[in-house]
Write a protein that binds this ligand. Structure first.
Ligand SMILES: [Zn+2]
Ligand SMILES: [Zn+2]
Length: 362
């Protein structure tokens, strides 16, 4: 029966997963899978299908590439327009970001992740600014209650103040990703660090790790430890200083996060992502592709019928991933889920190898 054949193929494809902690098979996976592919006559074993991605997709080719594990393999080279979340901030599809003052309603400003002493964590930007001010970062004008703002377009700001940061969005940019066609399982999972690339969403928008620290200088990461705080919009994204918009969340699951008991921001403040370019009301939806070539889904798992949290659902691993049949992958696929109630809600680790410089912006 057709279904049994599918399961066999799936088992072959993901043999490496069972031996996650063993390194011996990793480099041979590619050849094994290629042989399987040839024998069965399947056109591709990869997880990228242009029909799953939106109108921002410009092109997709297969090219030779080298992964950070040293393996030379074939990668998808996928180019998207940066306008997959809308044309500009003016159209209201991204933002709002920095609130004007500490009396601005919370749902008219963005979100911030503050890592200082007073009320640290993921919160409305207004609350983050008040907490920063309490910790001695002069981000609130005491006379007016206004929050100091910097769009990073020039550096002519008074460094004795702290700022809410919000660069302008340049929707004319293009983003090109390199993703292995046949994923290769790493010896140890890759732990996603601050601003590390995770992959990209269905509309080609980059998904990244934690936004930069406000209080601590981290080696190799620009713009951190500055006492300034980057704003996120309610979908968990913002423009980079170079202009491209990106997410620090899996946006299809950000409403699950905002409504979770941890935060309760939807009920308290009406915070809810509603960008029409995001399946914000489908928490189980296909959400994008990780840079190791495995797909990413929202927090709700259609098989377990619950939101996923590493360790809380019997079938997910430490990277909040597992293997089963989905609507998009009827043969079954290893995939990550967004986290239910932790910011950022991205998978904390990736099991597969990837191209070190997996995304180029131009
Ligand atoms: Zn960012
Ligand atoms: Zn699943």
């Amino acid at each position: 029966m057709h279904k049994i054949q599918n399961i066999v193929v799936t088992a072959l494809l993901f043999t490496g997963l069972a031996a996650c902690s063993s390194s011996s098979n990793d480099t041979t996976d590619t050849s094994t899978e290629t042989e399987t592919e040839t024998e069965t006559g399947t056109e591709t074993t990869g997880n990228f299908d242009s029909s799953m991605f939106g109108d921002a997709l410009i092109s997709n080719e297969e090219v030779s590439c080298t992964l950070e594990n040293g393996s030379t393999t074939t990668c998808y080279e996928i180019t998207f327009s940066a306008n997959g979340v809308g044309d500009s901030e003016g159209n209201g599809t991204v933002g709002p970001f920095c609130p004007e003052s500490i009396t601005t309603p919370r749902n008219e400003g963005g979100l911030g992740s503050y890592d200082g002493a007073t009320t640290p964590g993921f919160q409305p930007m207004m609350d983050a600014a008040i907490a920063m001010d309490a910790d001695g970062y002069d981000i609130v004008d005491d006379a007016t209650g206004n929050i100091y703002f910097d769009d990073l377009t020039d550096r002519n700001v008074d460094a004795s103040f702290s700022y809410c940061l919000s660069p302008p969005f340049d929707s004319t940019l293009e983003l090109t990703y390199l993703v292995p066609v046949v994923p290769e399982v790493r010896t140890e999972p890759f732990q996603v660090g601050t601003i590390d690339s995770v992959g990209f969403g269905v509309n080609g928008v980059p998904i990244k790790g934690n936004p930069p620290s406000v209080t601590t200088v981290e080696a190799g990461i620009g713009g951190t430890g500055s006492g300034n705080i980057p704003s996120l919009d309610v979908c968990g994204g913002h423009p980079d200083p170079s202009g491209y918009y990106h997410w620090h969340n899996v946006p299809q699951a950000v409403n699950t996060l905002l409504a979770s008991e941890n935060y309760n921001y939807t009920e308290q403040y009406g915070l809810e992502c509603s960008n029409p370019n995001i399946a914000f009301d489908e928490p189980a939806s296909f959400s994008g592709m990780a840079k190791d070539g495995f797909p990413i889904y929202g927090a709700f798992d259609s098989v377990d019928s619950m939101n996923t949290t590493p360790g809380n659902v019997a079938t997910v691993d430490a990277c909040n991933g597992h293997n089963h049949i989905t609507d998009e992958f009827p043969n079954g696929v290893y995939h990550y889920h967004a986290l239910e109630s932790t910011f950022p809600n991205i998978p904390a680790c990736l099991i597969g190898s990837f191209v070190s410089r997996d995304v180029t912006v131009r």
